[in-house]
Design a protein around this ligand. Sequence first.
Ligand code: MN
Length: 133
Amino acid sequence: MDQPIGSGRVLVVEDNAINLELITDILEGEGYRVATAVCGQEALDSVRAEKPALVLMDVQLPGMDGLTVTRLLKADPGTRDIPVVALTAHAMRGDEEMMYAAGCDDYIPKPIKIARFRQVLAKFVPKKPTEKA
Ligand code: MN
């Protein structure tokens, strides 16, 4: 990666306005810079243009679903190294396998628990020591 760790944006892909606002608020409260997308095509375009540090990807989206977007991103050498974390209401065993098969690097079950959310963020986008906690 060209950029120092922690400098990039987190792209939140979520079609539910309340969830999108909640997740954005948490991220900004933690000191992350946030970009948003509300459908699969917008997510794809945003990742290709902005190269975010991390994508939080809702699985159920209008039009192209989150796993399809993830497959496309992971098949593209220009975007395959960007971590994708699925946000899903489904956390059954079969769904987990499907998410990893699509190329997701991890997943966060909904409703989101803040401890798990922080843990996953820190794993993929460690903060720079100079950034405020
Ligand atoms: Mn959704």
